[in-house]
Every structure is written in C-alpha cells, then in structure tokens.
Design a protein around this ligand. Sequence first.
Ligand SMILES: Cc1cc2nc3c(=O)[nH]c(=O)nc-3n(C[C@H](O)[C@H](O)[C@H](O)COP(=O)(O)O)c2cc1C
Length: 215
Amino acid sequence: MQASYDQQLTKITLSPPDQLNPPPVDLKKVIETRTSVRNYSSHPLTLFELTYLLWSTQGVKKNLSGKATFRTVPSAGARHAVETYILINRVSSLAPGIYRYLALEHSLLEISDDQDCSDKITKGGLEQEMIRNSAATFIWVAIPYRMTWRYQERGYRYLFLDAGHVCQNLYLSALQLNCGVCAIAAFDDDKLNYYLNLDGKSQFVIYMASVGKLS
Ligand SMILES: Cc1cc2nc3c(=O)[nH]c(=O)nc-3n(C[C@H](O)[C@H](O)[C@H](O)COP(=O)(O)O)c2cc1C
C-alpha cells in the first residue's frame, strides 16, 4: 500500500534500516523525559537522522506479497492508511522543499522545491512558528479507502488512532537523536490539502509534527 506517484520526480534512496544504528537509550528515561518541544536549535538534522525518524514512524518490516505490510507502528488490520509528507527546512544534503516518504521503497520523493513552502505550510498550520523553525515537519496524510473498504464507517475512527501511534513513535525516536517534537492538529484543512494537491476526501492531512535538534 503506497499511493502512486509521478515517475518523473526525483527519488532519493535512503540508507537501509540495518545500517541505522542510533545511540542506545534507556526507554524508561525516554518515556519519562518526553515532552512537546516547540523551540529548536539551528543545527540541521542529518539525512541519517531523518531516515531513522521516517523508518521509526512508517518503516516496513515485512511485505506480505503486496496484500499487507507490517511496519514499525501498529495499524488496524495492518491497513496502514497513512502516507508521510514532509516539509524539509534544515536537513543536511537535502534541498528545502516538500518530500514524500515511499515506505515500500524506503526512499524519499521530491515533490516540490517551492521557495515558499515553509511559509505556506506554516500558514496552513495557523502560523505556529515551530513549523517554520523546525528542521522538518512531518505531515501525515490519510487515505480513508484503505480502511473503509474493510471497516466501513468505523474505519474513520481507526485512521485517527493509527495516526496517534505514528506520532508517538516520532516523539520517542526523536529523543534518541537528541531532537524534540511537537504534535500539531490545529491547522487549516483546506489550506494544507490545497497546497499538497489533496482533494480533502479521498486523501487529507490528518496530523502533523514539527521536529528539530534540542537547543
Ligand atoms: C492530538 C494532539 C494535537 C496537538 N496539537 C498541537 C498544536 O496544534 N499545537 C501545539 O503547540 N501543540 C499541540 N499538541 C501538543 C500538546 O499541546 C501537548 O502534548 C500537551 O500540552 C501536553 O504537553 P506534553 O506533550 O509536553 O506532555 C497536540 C497534541 C496532541 C496529542
């Protein structure tokens, strides 16, 4: 399950999960110290760090012959109805812009290098400054049909629950990299959907989270 994409767009292959070896941490300490962080240092994230965060939030561990995937996060019926878009402001060796994580291919797709993308996403996020100041802001997009063909109306409930699991993994894995995260659900749906070319029905922004190095 991965939304189709324009094959002409630039694709960046990411380091494979078995090469991602972040420093070991005490999970209890991480859970205890987790808090929402809205101010970040000006240091960029490395591409390795971003890759680790993408893998932690959507990484595919097992692909059952195209029928279902098992990932680093749980999902109702293993439907995984969320796609990850990401605003890049400050990640070494990546140009600022909007990207999409292709979970099945473990690669990044460059969607837009619009110079104003950070301002536009911040505007869509009701001018919450941590978006503009983040090293990157994750933008999770729900594709309800992946849930509703199986669970009908109840599938909508599962979309929101799934998104919560994804964001929690970001909070925890970011701390491992000395990064802070702030979940964001106060945003203008229409503005963000329009900017990301989503129709707001078959695909819509469900949740976001800013991330950056701790100061
Ligand atoms: C569903 C959800 C939506 C949130 N939306 C925002 C938001 O739009 N802006 C913001 O600054 N914080 C947002 N937060 C962060 C909460 O304000 C924060 O988790 C809460 O104040 C508790 O603080 P803590 O995370 O440090 O424990 C959101 C958190 C959740 C779980």
